[in-house]
Design a protein around this ligand. Structure first.
Ligand code: ATP
Length: 764
């Protein structure tokens, strides 16, 4: 198997490379982020050109260090780079590696302790947990007790064979004992299962709330950060219907405790049985030695769950194959595939791509696991203990042949020792397996708590805004002073040296070409991001000093890329003003003003309609089936019986209807509520998807209801909006090219007037 150092290009993580990460281990995240950092260092440096030379040296050094830490293996069409595990002292011996890995658990222990304390604070959890531990302890003692009774059985058989006599009392005692053990096992298993459910649910509820609260509090740049996303995904994995990480960890801890108890008690029984039989100790040592050596020698065949690894493929045919599969499986491409008559050419391309990678399409994981488990090391680790066991047995036979008087009295004795050994070995294997996973589990707990330490990239201000909430009725002043801005992870400026001032109560319209930065200006006013350079003033205050919640409450925005929440239409509108979310009349009025009331009323479930239900009904009957197991099924009747008549999982709305819903939410927030402390209305292309009548109605309503508030529009359209505007900003290529009123800009005869005339000509 080839084993080369990581080539520098691999660390670049170019397009098409797949990074596989064990969700659970910090090593992976740490090293993968190092890999990413190496590849993206230049993208994350501000004013990188000034420091470029120094960075290049630093980067080359880190790449070379990293390359030494990784081995390369070819697995089919994959190139797999694996971190070479070493202990802190640079030693690469499996047993020491395992040991050093386990020592790392110590760093996670404070988090485990914190989790246990939190769990015990959950109402009723303490009671259920104590009961669960009690049941688990009894269950772990049960195998040793059963084994002890079994040893009596075998003594009875041995006595019957030796002396031709039956010890009836012992037989009854052992039989009742074994029966009681079997009954106890059944009951204990069932109690354990019953107690697990409330415990899991209570713990899951507690941590689900924590994860939800952390996620909801994150600001936009932090939430969009890939590493933050990965951290949240890692801890949320269990919250989607599965068990919580906390409960999984408690289960693993208790299972380990239970296995150790079982191990110790069975060891006691084993010692007693082996000690009382001729050559019992010899048999036990040979048997256990075999199992122990297997445990110690066995390496991990699969890719490590602990150390970092990266699998990349440069096979273009495979990448194309995957792309074609994705193209066909996504419903959003279907219309274009059919309309473009692409079926035949796609089939041909798929077959051709498959032809190039035929027989090589297995996953790197399967290929590596298969080849390694059939390798020499694997064979040796299985063969060695087995042949050692055979040699020991032959040695025993030779010894017995030489001295026949030492042979154990009956086969029952051998059987007893073997049964006891097997039970002990299975407990040992179980304990070893659980001890391995406990490290991973503890690390997950650490990650669960570390999400609380994620810092928002847009820090909160301290000044309440505004000093007098009544002042908002007459609007807000917004000023940009030499603002430049680059989106996180972007090399290009979305805004460059932008300065303007919108006075209280003014109407400002930002026009300009696609991608010129119009939406970005609005996003910065809401402080979704902070400027890279320059300053934004709100009523004369530096925007960064104002409390974020106050600032955002004083503004209402209709985004160009508005989204609808996976809630009912009613809730979607109500979220515009959560204080009045229960006021159905207000919601209806907002829908009327937004032009949505009419089409909502036509829906079977009206305002209670889900545009897309987040939880679907589960039917065992396919939607087109008329029978199930030969029995006729009336779907409509079933729907009526279960109260789902007229109910649909998703509703298709037109772009214009969707926009009307978004406008309704805005009306709910900004205009209807008397308590709403909104002084600035921001509209990003509010009428892009509306027909001319709807657009006319919308602007009429907005104008009427706006009052004295400041209003800023971003738009491609000239005319209806720009004519009455107090200030027009014409943007091009991230800067403001022209600014003034309509008459001023027309008189200037610049770009604005050119575009105005262009649009006006279309109507001539
Ligand atoms: N989230 C983002 N991350 C990185 N770059 C972005 C992001 N959003 C926008 N950009 C980039 O910033 C620049 C300005 O975008 P913006 O959306 O402000 O333009 P716009 O004038 O509103 O365009 P349009 O008229 O098409 O809506 C564009 O080059 C765009 O590609």
């Amino acid at each position: 198997m080839p084993c080369n150092p990581l080539p520098p290009e691999a660390a670049q993580l170019s397009t098409g490379c797949i990074i596989h990460q064990s969700k659970i281990d910090g090593y992976v995240q740490f090293h993968a982020s190092r890999l990413l950092h190496v590849g993206c260092a230049s993208a994350t440096q501000w004013r990188w050109s000034e420091k470029r030379a120094a960075d290049d040296d630093d980067c080359a050094q880190r790449k070379s260090d990293l390359a030494k830490e990784f081995s390369h293996t070819k697995a089919g069409i994959w190139d797999v780079y694996e971190q070479i595990p070493t202990t802190k002292f640079g030693i690469n011996i499996p047993v020491l590696l395992k040991l050093s890995r386990n020592l790392e658990i110590i760093q996670d222990l404070p988090f485990v302790w914190r989790m246990l304390k939190d769990v015990l604070k959950i109402k009723s959890c303490r009671y259920y947990l104590c009961l669960f531990i009690f049941v688990k302890t009894l269950a772990s003692l049960q195998p040793a007790v059963a084994l002890w009774f079994t040893s009596h059985y075998l003594t009875i058989i041995q006595l019957a064979m030796d002396e031709r006599r039956l010890d009836e009392k012992l037989l009854i005692f052992a039989s009742i004992g074994r029966m009681c053990c079997a009954i106890a096992e059944t009951f204990l298993d069932s109690w354990e299962e019953k107690l697990q459910i409330p415990l899991d649910l209570l713990i899951k509820e507690h941590f689900d709330k924590e994860i939800f609260s952390v996620s909801v509090d994150l600001d936009v740049p932090t939430y969009n950060d890939k590493i933050v996303k990965r951290r949240l995904d890692g801890v949320s994995a269990g919250s989607d219907g599965g068990s919580s990480i906390a409960w999984e960890s408690i289960s693993v801890i208790l299972s380990l405790f239970s296995s150790v108890t079982r191990l110790v008690t069975e060891l006691g029984v084993l010692a007693k049985v082996a000690g009382s039989q001729q050559d019992g100790v010899y048999f036990t040592t040979v048997h256990l030695g075999q199992e122990l050596s297997r445990l110690i020698l066995a390496p991990d065949w699969s890719l490590s769950r602990t150390y970092a690894w990266v699998a990349i493929t440069s096979n273009e045919h495979y990448v194309k194959l995957a792309g074609l599969e994705r193209l066909v499986s996504r419903s959003r491409h279907k219309e274009e595939v059919v309309a473009g008559n692409l079926a035949e050419s796609l089939k041909a391309a798929y077959n051709q791509a498959y032809g190039h990678v035929s027989g090589k399409c297995a996953s790197h994981y399967d290929i590596l696991s298969h080849s390694r488990s059939n390798g020499l090391r694997s064979m040796a680790s299985t063969l060695l203990p087995k042949s050692a066991g055979e040699v020991a047995e032959v040695a025993y036979l030779l010894k017995s042949a030489a001295r026949p008087e030492t042979i154990p009295a009956c086969l029952a004795t051998i059987n007893l020792i073997q049964t006891t050994n097997q039970s002990f070995t299975s407990a040992l294997l179980m304990t070893s397996y659980q001890a391995k996973s406990i490290g991973e589990q503890f690390h997950k707990i650490r990650q669960l708590y570390e999400i609380h330490e994620i810092q928002n990239k847009v820090p909160d201000g301290i000044i309440s805004f505004p000093e007098d909430s009544r002042s908002l009725v007459s609007g807000i002043t917004v000023e940009f002073r030499n603002v430049s801005f680059r989106y996180p992870d972007s090399d290009d400026f979305a805004l460059r040296d932008v300065s303007f001032k919108v006075e209280k109560g003014q109407l400002c319209v930002i026009v300009g070409t696609n991608g010129s930065g119009k939406s970005t200006v609005l996003k910065l006013m809401l402080r979704l991001y902070d400027p890279t350079e320059g300053m934004i003033l709100i009523n004369g205050h530096d925007i960064k000093t104002l409390k974020l919640s106050d600032l955002r409450e004083s503004m209402a925005v209709l985004f160009q890329e508005y989204t609808h929440f996976p809630l009912t239409i009613k809730d979607n509108i109500a979220l515009g003003d959560s204080r009045n979310a229960h006021d159905e009349d207000r919601i209806r009025e907002a829908a009327r003003l937004g032009g949505a009331e009419e089409f909502i009323d036509k829906m079977a479930r009206g305002f209670d309609t889900y545009l897309e239900r987040p939880v679907r009904d589960v039917w065992s009957i396919p939607s087109n089936a008329k029978t199930k197991s030969g029995v006729k099924i009336d779907r409509d009747l079933i729907r009526e019986v279960i109260g789902r008549a007229g109910h649909k999982d998703s509703i298709k709305l037109s772009g214009g209807q969707m926009q009307r819903l978004a406008v309704s939410r805005m009306f709910m927030r900004a205009v209807l509520s008397e308590e709403a402390r909104v002084g600035l209305l921001l509209f990003d292309e509010p009428s892009a998807a509306l027909d001319p009548t709807a657009e006319h109605d919308l602007f009429t309503r907005i104008r009427k209801l706006r009052g004295e508030k400041t209003m800023i529009f971003s738009s491609h359209r000239f005319g209806r909006l720009t004519r009455p505007a107090d200030l027009i900003l014409y943007m091009n290529d991230s800067t403001i090219l022209e600014c003034g009123t309509h008459n001023e800009l027309m008189a200037k005869g610049g770009k604005y007037s050119e575009l105005w005339n262009l649009q006006a000509q279309a109507f001539l």
